[in-house]
Design a protein around this ligand. Structure first.
Ligand code: F0G
Length: 364
């Protein structure tokens, strides 16, 4: 049924993170309101995979370009316009570039995107987005860490460029709004927040958001943080950088997280933990989310659930505790992985009999 003004389904329309949370954002007063109506994403309770936790999923794949990056990009691009930038630039494992490309198209700014071509590169859906939005997509002969170093040097030499990676403080400003929403949706902060960690910006942004919301009297306590890294790209667990990070979760294939210092401080203050999860554990969580919860996220996002399971096994997260796992990106981002992890499609002639024969045995 349509939302008729004043009707049973009527409520104030969502206005995007800049307008919804402006008083919490350190954005110059004269910065324009750039938005694709990002944020306001669902918090969906788990039905099967919680293993005794009171588990909820923050569905960040519901953002306009299918990942949490849109929250930060809205604020970063708003600040970039206010500062007079002439183009956007970033390095990316795919989602930042898709988001930057969208907000660039929206505002009319050109975007220059450097993505790794090495080691399997970036998931197809993300490349398709960047190209569709008309950005200049540069496939770099190296990994994400090398691409980021290069664009940081570029931005330092070009005052007319806005670097929109999470080293841009405005990105974290925007992304902290997800923590506000979690508190609003649960009525308070959860006991634990489980989140995948790559360049380590998002975990830092959530922590800032929870702290500010509690200070403002909008939450009574702070959560503990569980930062999940893929084993082959787990510098925050191992305590050293990875020169050749490797994981099926391409979004978090990062060996030298630019925000490591912020993330370490956040997890220490929160009495939390970084945990490494194997690719097999990530893919187990990825399949369980889709098949047992009806939630299709990309592999990196499933690291949050794999991390929660590992924390339960380690006795860190206890029975009945309220946990939020952040599902950072939509499953459609990486269609090739989805097909590889699934049963093959069946084939039939267009007859009722042949199609019926495709039912599982007990239903035929
Ligand atoms: N999940 C997804 C789907 C991501 O795309 C990323 C990061 C993360 C988690 C980790 O967040 O870097 O703040 O710790 N993607 C970046 C990108 C690096 O370029 O799209 P983080």
């Amino acid at each position: 049924m349509a939302n008729v003004p004043g009707g049973a389904g009527a409520r104030a329309a969502w206005r995007g993170v800049v307008q919804e949370y402006r008083s919490f954002l350190s954005l110059p007063a004269d910065a324009p309101d750039v938005t694709l109506l990002e944020g306001g994403t669902p918090l969906v309770p788990a039905v099967r995979v919680g293993r005794g936790a009171d588990l909820h999923f923050k569905i960040e794949g519901s953002n306009p370009t299918g990942s949490f990056k849109d929250r930060g990009m809205a604020v970063a691009v708003s600040a970039a316009l206010q500062a007079g930038a002439r183009f956007l630039v970033c390095a990316s494992t795919g989602n930042t570039s898709a988001s930057a490309a969208a907000y660039a198209a929206r505002t009319g700014l050109p975007a220059l995107l450097a993505v790794p071509a090495a080691g399997g590169g970036v998931a197809k859906g993300k490349l398709a987005q960047a190209l569709a939005f008309g950005a200049r997509l540069v496939l770099v002969d190296g990994n994400f860490d090398e691409a980021l170093a290069a664009v940081r040097a570029l931005a330092a030499a070009r005052p007319d460029a806005a670097l929109v990676n999470s080293v841009n403080p405005m990105r974290l400003e925007g992304q902290k709004t997800a923590a506000f929403e979690v508190c609003d949706q649960l009525g308070d902060a959860p006991d634990w927040l489980c989140i995948p960690v790559g360049n380590a910006g998002n975990v830092s942004a959530y922590w800032r958001g929870f702290c500010e919301y509690r200070r403002a009297g909008c939450a009574t306590h702070l959560p503990r943080l569980l930062g999940a890294q893929a084993e082959g790209a787990s510098p925050l667990v191992a305590g050293h950088e990875f020169e050749r990070p490797e994981t099926v979760a391409t979004a978090i294939r990062i060996g030298k997280p630019a925000n490591a210092h912020l993330a370490r401080a956040a997890v220490a203050e929160a009495g939390g933990r970084f945990l490494a999860v194997s690719d097999a554990d990530i893919l187990r969580a990825y399949r369980a989310l889709a098949r047992e919860e009806g939630l299709f996220c990309e592999p990196a996002s499933a690291a949050s659930l794999a991390g929660m399971w590992a924390a339960q096994d380690a006795g860190l997260i206890r029975e009945g505790q309220r946990v939020v796992c952040v599902l950072t990106g939509n499953g459609l981002k990486d269609p090739e992985r989805a097909v590889a992890e699934s049963d093959p499609a069946l084939h039939a002639q267009p007859t009722a009999e042949e199609i019926t024969a495709c039912l599982p045995m007990e239903l035929r």
